[in-house]
Design a binder for this molecule. Structure first.
Ligand SMILES: Cc1ncc(C[n+]2csc(CCOP(=O)(O)OP(=O)(O)O)c2C)c(N)n1
Ligand SMILES: [Mg+2]
Length: 889
């Protein structure tokens, strides 16, 4: 009964559906696309009111987003552009091939650029502005391992000579080389953005776009049509960093941002999504996050086939295939494609009956078709209100013969002689065979039509890209007098170094000259650091202003958001904050604005969490202050294992341009900040700062006379032995310096042992300086040796050295080679615990009693104190000599 009843209902319904579709078609024809969309939206609304929720449409059919009939004609000279592209392809390939023949194992990549070439060339010829009037132009984040193609273009442009190309990956031979990947550190006039650590480029690009808007909204730079283009690998999207912040771009309506994902369907080992289609997956993710998505899947030569296919069978077949198959189609050639793809349906075979196997093999993917790419870029550049992602389907190893679309393509460094010959023929490179087989560079004369054309295109677009430049700084750092309020001590008021820092920061923010350049950055830790007053003072940046009345608006320190707010409150993202820090810390070059970022965060979530981004920051020649708050494994009380940082100073020591300090007092902090601003912004030194700050309150003393140099260099004598000559030397850093001072008293009063106390602000800097002196001495054995600062500062101070800090023992251990006696390091090796400072410091053996006990013990070992007396001293100090080692508990 039910079957009979249903069939007529269904067919009735099908007819009804058809009527609706016809009616809708009429609207499309009569009213146009916008009205039609309005109609659909109204229907959707109505559906919702009736309790019907339609499935959301995150993915669209597997065809180009821009239909052929909406395309504009290509504006460039296709023949000349194609010629230029071929020449670039040759030189990019030859550079890697030749170098690996000459120097086996030197490496490099040829397949990535071969898939990316047309995507870049359309940009270089028509979109990438090097300048906008007198303003800096677009920023391009290149896929790092496509660098040979970028070098090859610069070679054709005449920016590099033959020798420079022959020095690819040979940077240490007394001549300028070409670095493997984009590294501003190594090629400071060329690269702006280090991108080769997968995921860092796209993440930084998002925050770069945001920071650009920040500078515009704060009227620090002119508004221009400037764009940020990020070329991203499809495999690279596996990194959480690549996709993790894409919602930021949509939320902030960053229509200055364009991602181009080079969907060559492969990564290093094999297919990106062999069993699926990466383009569909990315389309859903980006659209869901609110991005404008443009798919460039098929080249123009497919349009003819689509036109001839009236049944939709071609699209059906396309949507049946997964990426693993698409890869095989390009690896195995035309006959295979005919049989396996078109051959599934006789109607499809018929479609390509008039085409040869070679013609079928040559059917282009969208990412290799300048016309399709041009239209996508044009649409992206014109899109308003949000970011755009272009998903371009390409072929890895395009045009490289037997390497094309093979799983091993990524690792291919050399071609066979036959393959070189085939390449030369395919791309019509007029180079003699004997030069070709060794991968010699080749370019036509500067006045040849193709070179003139490419030069003219770049001239039209304002110059060459990439290029990095730094204008001569005209910056005057405030003198130390400017910080008198903080060098003068806290007059017995108990404050923390964090509070001291925030008040210095607020002072700087008010400064008529440099105040506007300060960029405070926090990942949802403003209150942790007591920034409420600064929030009230300068506001939190939000491009839309404050659309709501904050609940605490009646309070003095309410949550103030402003369109031109100065604080970057990033939410809970250390990676995002680090990306903002990177944009701000390189603004002196990218925007010609010497922004001074202060990024304040939980020190535990810095170097170990975003260490690779900090490394890239250093590579970028970034400047600014990383302020590691709630520092110290015992000073950050209560929070335990995941929060208590006792090792960030070990990690910071690994970054060559990072200058680290662990100050105990606010005057030390003031001296360091003043010196940092001077060195980075006035002297233009390529360094940045890592400073730990703590949340323990105590009275801050006044800056002692002539301590300035020692503070900056890393050590100074803070308090000489109270009576007479010292027999021990005590080093202290951060809040543990106060434990050291207490140990000095205990030793004097209880045991009659005199000790000097030194404040060590930077073991890292002392070690670097000593290493440099030692190296010089090593290389100049006939010259009088240089004395490391640590040696001259100690000036023969007598007795064992006991060093204590809230960091691992390896931090003071760095000085061991230069000390006259063996150093005793006390530190916080091991996992943190939840407890208060007193218990934590006893547990980690860095409290005053443990420091005093270590001194007695060492004196006994050195034969300067009776061992029995030392043992009794330990007992008197309440030391549990049998407690388990905290480093292993
Ligand atoms: C963080 C990180 N992990 C691993 C690598 C090593 N690596 C370099 S390229 C590559 C594959 C890249 O694939 P894809 O992003 O698809 O780029 P394609 O070469 O296919 O364009 C890998 C794994 C790296 N550079 N960075
Ligand atoms: Mg890939």
């Amino acid at each position: 009964m039910s079957t009979r009843a249903e069939i007529p209902v269904q067919s009735d319904f099908a007819a009804e559906v058809n009527e609706w579709i016809e009616a809708f078609d009429d609207v499309v024809v009569a009213e146009g696309p916008e009205r039609s969309a309005e109609l659909l939206e109204a229907l959707r609304q109505r559906g919702r009111q009736a309790g019907i929720t339609p499935a959301s449409e995150l993915t669209t059919p597997y065809v180009n987003t821009i239909p052929q009939h909406e395309e504009v004609p290509y504006p460039g000279d296709r023949a000349l552009e194609s010629r230029v592209e071929s020449l670039i392809r040759w030189n990019a390939m030859a550079m890697v091939h030749g170098q690996n023949k000459k120097d086996a194992g030197i490496g490099g990549h040829i397949s990535t650029y071969s898939s990316l070439a047309t995507l870049l060339e359309v940009g270089f010829n028509h979109f990438f502005h090097a300048t906008y009037g007198n303003q800096p132009g677009d920023f391009i984040y290149f896929q790092g391992h496509a660098s040979p193609g970028v070098y090859a273009r610069a070679y054709l442009e005449g920016r590099f000579d033959d020798q420079r190309l022959l020095n690819f990956r040979h940077e240490l031979r007394g001549e300028p080389g070409l670095s493997s990947y984009p590294h501003p550190w190594l090629m400071p006039d060329f690269w702006r953005f280090p991108t080769v650590s997968m995921g860092i480029g796209p993440l930084n690009a998002i925050y770069q776009a945001r920071f650009m808007r920040y500078l515009e909204n704060r009227s620090l730079i002119e508004k221009t049509p400037r764009k940020i283009w990020a070329f991203v690998g499809d495999g690279e999207t596996d990194e959480v960093d690549t996709l993790g912040a894409i919602s930021v771009a949509a939320r902030e309506k960053l229509d200055n941002l364009i991602f181009v994902v080079n969907c060559n369907l492969q990564r290093l080992d094999g297919p990106v999504r062999g069993n699926k289609r990466i383009i569909d997956e990315l389309e859903g993710i980006f659209r869901g996050a609110g991005w404008n998505v443009i798919k460039v899947i098929w080249g123009s030569d497919w349009d003819r086939l689509f036109e001839r296919d009236h049944t939709g069978l071609l699209l059906k077949r396309m949507e049946e295939c997964v990426d693993g198959e698409y890869q095989a189609f390009k690896a195995k050639g035309g006959a295979y494609l005919r049989k396996e793809f078109f051959g599934k349906y006789p109607e499809l075979l018929e479609l390509v009956r008039d085409m040869s196997d070679d013609q079928i093999a040559d059917l282009h993917r969208g990412g290799h078709d300048p016309a399709k790419i041009y239209n996508a870029y044009k649409s992206a550049v014109e899109h308003k209100g949000g970011p755009t992602v272009i998903l371009a389907k390409t072929v890895k190893g395009y045009g490289l013969g037997t390497t094309q679309a093979r799983n091993a393509a990524h690792q291919e460094k050399k071609l066979t002689e036959d393959a070189v010959t085939a390449f030369v023929e395919k791309f019509d490179i007029p180079i003699p065979h004997d030069l070709a087989k060794d991968g010699k560079p080749w370019r036509p004369a500067a006045d040849s039509p193709e070179i003139r054309y490419m030069q003219e295109r770049r001239a039209q677009l304002g110059g060459y890209i990439p290029r990095r430049e730094v204008l001569k700084p005209e910056f005057k750092a405030p003198e130390l007098d400017y910080f008198t309020e903080w060098t003068g001590g806290s007059k017995n008021r108990e404050v923390s170094t964090t509070m001291g820092f925030v008040s210095i920061l607020r002072h700087l923010l008010k400064d008529p000259d440099i105040g506007k350049l300060i960029v405070p950055i926090v990942p949802d830790e403003g209150r942790t650091f007591g920034l409420e007053s600064a929030i009230r003072q300068v506001g939190i940046y939000t491009p839309e202003g404050q659309k709501y009345k904050p609940h605490d608006v009646d309070m003095l320190l309410y949550y103030r958001e402003e369109k031109d707010g100065q604080i970057l409150e990033e939410g809970i993202t250390e990676a995002g904050s680090m990306a903002s820090f990177t944009a701000a810390g390189t603004a002196y070059s990218n925007y010609r604005i010497p922004a001074i970022p202060f990024y304040m965060y939980y020190s535990m979530f810095g170097f170990q969490r975003v260490g690779d981004m900090i490394w890239a920051f250093a590579d970028s020649r970034g400047k600014g202050f990383l302020m590691g708050g709630t520092a110290g494994r015992t000073t950050m009380l209560g929070e335990g294992l995941q929060h208590q940082d006792g090792h960030s100073h070990v990690l910071s020591s690994t970054v060559p341009t990072c200058v680290s300090y662990d100050p105990a007092y606010v005057y030390e902090l003031a001296v360091i900040l003043q010196d940092g601003i001077r060195r980075m912004y006035q002297e233009n030194e390529q360094v940045f700062y890592y400073i730990t700050m703590y949340n323990e309150d105590y009275a801050m003393p006044e800056m002692p006379e002539s301590s300035r140099e020692g503070i900056v260099r890393g050590i100074y004598k803070l308090k000489a032995a109270p009576k007479g000559k010292a027999t021990a030397q005590l080093f202290g850093s951060g809040p543990i310096l106060r434990e050291v001072l207490r140990a000095q008293e205990i030793l004097a009063h209880k045991f009659g042992v005199q000790a000097d106390v030194w404040s060590v602000t930077s073991y890292n800097e002392l070690r670097r300086e000593a290493l440099a002196a030692e190296r010089w001495n090593r290389l100049h054995p006939t010259e009088p040796p240089k004395t490391p600062y640590i040696v001259s500062a100690l000036n023969g101070a007598k007795g064992p050295i006991i060093a204590a800090s809230d960091y691992m023992k390896s931090v003071p251990d760095q000085l061991a080679p230069w000390l006259l006696t063996r150093l005793v390091s006390l530190g916080t090796d091991g996992f943190g615990r939840s407890d208060n400072r007193e218990h934590l410091r006893r547990f980690f053996e860095v409290d005053a009693e443990s420091i005093a006990a270590a001194t007695l013990s060492k004196l006994a070992r050195d034969g300067k104190l009776d061992a029995g007396k030392a043992q009794a001293g330990l007992l008197e100090l309440g030391i549990d000599t049998e407690a388990a080692d905290p480093a292993r508990r």
